[in-house]
Design a protein around this ligand. Structure first.
Ligand code: G3P
Ligand code: CA
Length: 374
């Protein structure tokens, strides 16, 4: 049963946690609360990216005003050293780079200065890809710097979400962990919270868990831990290159599966020990949890490996770690992963997940977008 982040839940959690501490690890709820992280945590993946173009102001303002606990982002660094949010390695899928910089359209985003990135339209692609959700106001939306996302997170007095920041392909950005620390420090996001916990789920961005750091890269986890030892960290889990060894080496091309989702759904870690080794590594390096993928009931391009089987979550909890699963958008899968024991969910549809965990937004998606001028 989903719990909300209320004072009574906190008291209950702490009591449960204390009760269990004598025998084993604290309960996952107590663990989350001790980190200032709501349970279950609602993590708006690239903002409210089902309803608005991912990683833009429209998506982040909507996620904030819906009441998501965290604004999730993939962090990159421009050619001139500015931190910004973008998921893909290059700009083709989500901008008009092909028309503005045709000769550089395949270049990585980090080959562009921030001034160049700011000339791109990061909204129109969404209207073409999703005509049912299109809005004229999305045309011309910009790529956002980390500074701009922090401004958004801080600017609704009714709800201050936290930041859930992934170092994306960090080997491309030597020193990005240090740059991130400096930025968060400058902006006051590393200063100790007044208390361990935010006063309520309206103020995650003011509590101990106001920033969560995430990465798929072991080396980046180690650097994040060195730079920001007190900030909660999550090791993202994956099967394949750079991740867990697979049980089968059959490639997608040779698998006979019709799409990647079907292929991923059948992939498993090499064995139990391989899964356990990754979780144990996360713990050893100071992570407070893992971020496993999930196979979605209806497939799709964000349906990956099922790394949230009950035994997996139980093992992770037994290590005293949390499980934040990516990326779930439908009630059938909210139920499935929460029943399997996860402690937080990355979602493109924060509005739906908030409804599911009985924390519905104060307005509809349309109302909140319109209130922000979209
Ligand atoms: O960061 C968790 C989840 O976002 C990982 O997948 O590829 O969407 O960044 P991706
Ligand atoms: Ca991410």
């Amino acid at each position: 049963m989903p719990a909300t982040f209320t004072k009574s839940a906190l008291m209950l959690s702490l009591m449960l946690g204390l009760g269990q501490a004598q025998a084993a690890s604290p309960s996952p709820t107590a663990l989350a609360v001790s980190q200032g992280i709501p349970h279950p945590a609602v993590i708006a993946h690239r903002g409210a990216s089902f309803d608005a173009p991912e990683s833009t102001a429209a998506a982040y303002k909507l996620a904030r005003d819906l009441g998501a606990d965290y604004l999730e982002m993939d962090l990159q660094r421009s050619k001139d050293g500015v931190l910004f949010a973008l998921h893909d390695n290059n700009l083709q899928r989500t901008t008009d780079v092909a028309s503005k910089f045709p000769e550089r359209k395949d270049s990585p985003a980090n080959a562009f200065t921030m001034a160049e990135l700011k000339t791109l339209d990061a909204g129109s692609w969404f209207n073409q890809a999703h005509p049912d959700r299109a809005r004229p106001s999305y045309v011309g939306l910009k790529i956002l710097t980390l500074d701009e996302i922090i401004d958004i997170a801080q600017s609704n007095p009714q709800h201050k979400p936290g930041l859930y920041i992934e170092t994306k392909e960090p080997k491309q950005f030597p020193g990005i962990e240090h740059d991130l620390k400096e930025k968060l420090q400058d902006r006051g996001w590393l200063s100790p919270a007044g208390s361990k916990l935010a006063k309520s789920d309206l103020a995650v961005g003011q509590g101990k868990g106001k920033v969560v750091l995430q990465t798929f890269e072991k080396s980046s986890l180690e650097l994040l831990q060195k730079e920001m030892p007190k900030v909660p960290k999550i090791l993202l889990l994956w099967i394949g290159e750079g991740g867990m060894q697979p049980k089968s080496d059959v490639t997608f091309a040779n698998s006979g599966e019709k799409d990647k989702a079907a292929y991923y759904a059948k992939q498993e870690p090499k064995d139990k020990a391989e899964f356990e080794q990754w979780v144990s590594y996360a713990k050893t390096q100071g992570a407070i949890g893992t971020g496993p993928s999930a196979a979605l009931t209806n497939g799709g391009d964000q349906s990956y490996f099922d790394l949230v089987q009950p035994w997996m979550n139980q093992f992770t909890h037994d290590q005293g770690l949390l499980v934040h699963v990516y990326t779930i958008d439908e009630p059938v899968d909210f139920k499935k992963v929460l029943d399997s024991g996860v402690d937080g969910i990355f979602t493109n549809r924060a509005s739906e997940l908030l409804k599911y965990v009985k924390r519905p937004a104060s307005g509809s998606v349309s109302q909140l977008l319109e209130a922000n001028g979209y």
